[in-house]
Write a protein that binds this ligand. Structure first.
Ligand code: ADP
Ligand code: GLC
Length: 485
């Protein structure tokens, strides 16, 4: 099948979170299954044309926006082997340091930047005569594509067979802008109503995608249900509900080439399910990195964007309590994001400097060391569409302690010490006391060698490869194409 995959970030070109991992791994897995995959991204400043061997192709691209056109360049690379990768270059919009913001403040022309990107990708496919069967869009940044296909490009021959799929990775980010942006989209005012793209007096890009895409997916089955509820839907729950016949959940996967303790070259010692000695050495290396005493206390690790979604504030309350009650435990974190979370963490660390290690910023190598060297991995998310780190943790025999939401609930099975089944610890509500109880249980299991060995074994046997995920998307792509033939 001919698939166009459109995204605002993809590893290794540009990454702020799990969307980049997804947009690298899924296209690769689909290509490996024999599909022809065309990946489209903005040419941000961080996409080094030399390093990624990009060449300028085609004619200068005329992209309609507002009252006129703006020209773009199309760069192409085969850096991801079988995945044809195209970058839309327009330096006024993308030649900046951050992808969406500068120091946490969103760019004030984000609506224009991504309206332009959506139109440019469509125009590029037209110019290059890429006639996709499926156009797979991701999140609000690319959610206008289904709308444009059904308006501006409805009679375009190259898209006659094209069906659109929108994957929603995070309903917390919707792309909500003032009504005047309609003019930039060159769309008539009659679309501005609550059935289409109007949203409490504004325009909502994600809503446009939900309404106009032929199919919608989210990144776990549980999240596909949750977003239809008021608590998780961020004011779009009724919209999701009224479109739920075309809504599906497909869990993300793990790239076992990158996240594999047997061959990970970012960790100091490799190890396997049959020989964990390297893991113990990684633990010492982790303690050394953070300047913590090199003892055998259990280490709880965390790698996170520091935002409200991730529930780090709930974790801080729990740790405050835990460290008073429980002397023999260490905690390490690498994170980047909001300052208020960093300040609260620093205050906690000042109380327990020999048991808490922090590193603020983005650090891929350290993320691997935390996965390898920790005993437990905590994800206290308020909501978690899929989550990747809990699955990376399983691969490293590092036991997840998670809130039972979204993909965390779908991938983690509660440990049962009588049956010795399960691969982690879960708690139900967004509540420091429930998290505290889950951690205490985990620490009790840690002190029992037999149980700890069992749970590590269960964790390391878990497998969810991107090929599993790609297979499910493939089935859905075929269903969509057949349905609309
Ligand atoms: P989200 O996309 O919501 O942040 P995911 O669990 O899907 O959550 O993906 C997070 C990805 O970003 C993982 O690959 C994780 O290792 C990485 N990551 C997040 N924060 C950092 C950080 N500070 N340093 C290194 N990697 C990070
Ligand atoms: C979002 C979600 C995360 C998911 C990722 C990739 O950032 O927060 O749960 O794993 O997208 O789908």
């Amino acid at each position: 099948m001919n698939i166009a995959f459109i995204t605002s970030e993809a590893y290794p070109f540009a990454k702020t979170g799990g969307l980049a991992d997804y947009s690298y791994s899924l296209p690769k897995a689909l290509a490996k299954r024999g599909h022809s995959v065309h990946l489209f991204l903005p040419r941000y400043y961080c996409v080094d044309k030399h390093r990624f061997q990009c060449t300028l192709i085609g004619e200068p691209l005329a992209v309609p926006i507002g009252n006129g056109i703006r020209w773009a360049g199309i760069y192409y690379t085969t850096y991801l082997d079988d995945v044809h990768t195209y970058f839309i270059e327009h330096d006024d919009y993308y030649g900046r340091d951050g992808l969406y913001d500068y120091n946490g403040v969103a760019y004030n022309d984000n609506a224009e930047r991504f309206i332009y990107f959506c139109r440019a990708c469509i125009e590029a496919m037209k110019q290059l005569a890429i006639a996709p069967g499926i156009i797979h869009c991701n999140d609000w940044q690319t959610a206008l594509i289904p709308l444009f296909l059904k308006t501006h490009y409805i009679h375009e021959s190259v898209f006659q067979k094209a069906k659109s799929l929108l994957t929603v990775h995070n309903v917390g980010y919707q792309g909500v802008f003032i009504k005047e942006v309609l003019q930039l989209m060159q769309l008539p005012d009659n679309l501005y109503n609550s059935e289409h793209i109007e949203f409490f007096g504004n325009v909502n890009f994600l809503k446009a995608g939900i309404v106009y895409a032929d199919y919608i997916t989210t990144v776990s089955k549980k999240y596909a249900h949750e977003i239809q509820e008021h608590e998780y839907g961020y004011d779009l729950s009724t919209v999701f509900k009224s479109h739920n016949k075309k809504l599906f959940g497909i869990l993300n996967g793990v790239d076992y080439e990158h996240w594999n303790p047997e061959k990970d070259n970012l960790i100091p010692h490799t190890y396997s399910i049959t020989d964990l000695s390297g893991k113990h050495k990684c633990k010492k290396a982790l303690q050394e990195f953070y300047g913590l005493p090199k003892n055998n206390f259990p280490i709880i690790g965390c790698i996170s964007r520091l935002t409200y979604q991730k529930g780090i504030d709930i974790l801080i309350n729990t740790l405050d309590w835990l460290f008073f009650d429980e002397k023999e435990v260490q905690f390490v974190i690498v994170g980047s994001g909001e300052q208020w979370i960093i300040e609260r963490f620093e205050a906690l660390r000042a109380m327990f400097p020999d048991r808490i290690g922090v590193w603020w910023g983005y650090n891929e190598k350290l993320a691997h060391l935390i996965e390898a060297g920790s005993d437990f991995y905590v994800m206290p998310s308020r909501y978690e569409p899929s989550g990747l780190n809990q699955m990376y943790s399983l691969a490293y025999g590092t036991i997840p302690i998670v809130r039972a939401t979204g993909g965390l609930d779908d991938s983690i099975e509660q440990f049962d010490e009588k049956l010795t089944t399960g691969n982690g610890f879960k708690y139900k509500n967004n509540d420091s006391a429930e998290l505290y109880t889950a951690i205490r249980y985990a620490l009790r299991v840690y002190r029992n060698n037999f149980l700890m060995k069992k749970i590590i074994n269960n964790a390391m046997l878990f497998k969810r490869s991107w090929d599993n995920t790609a297979k499910e998307y493939e089935e859905l792509y075929y269903t969509i194409s057949k349905k609309y033939q």
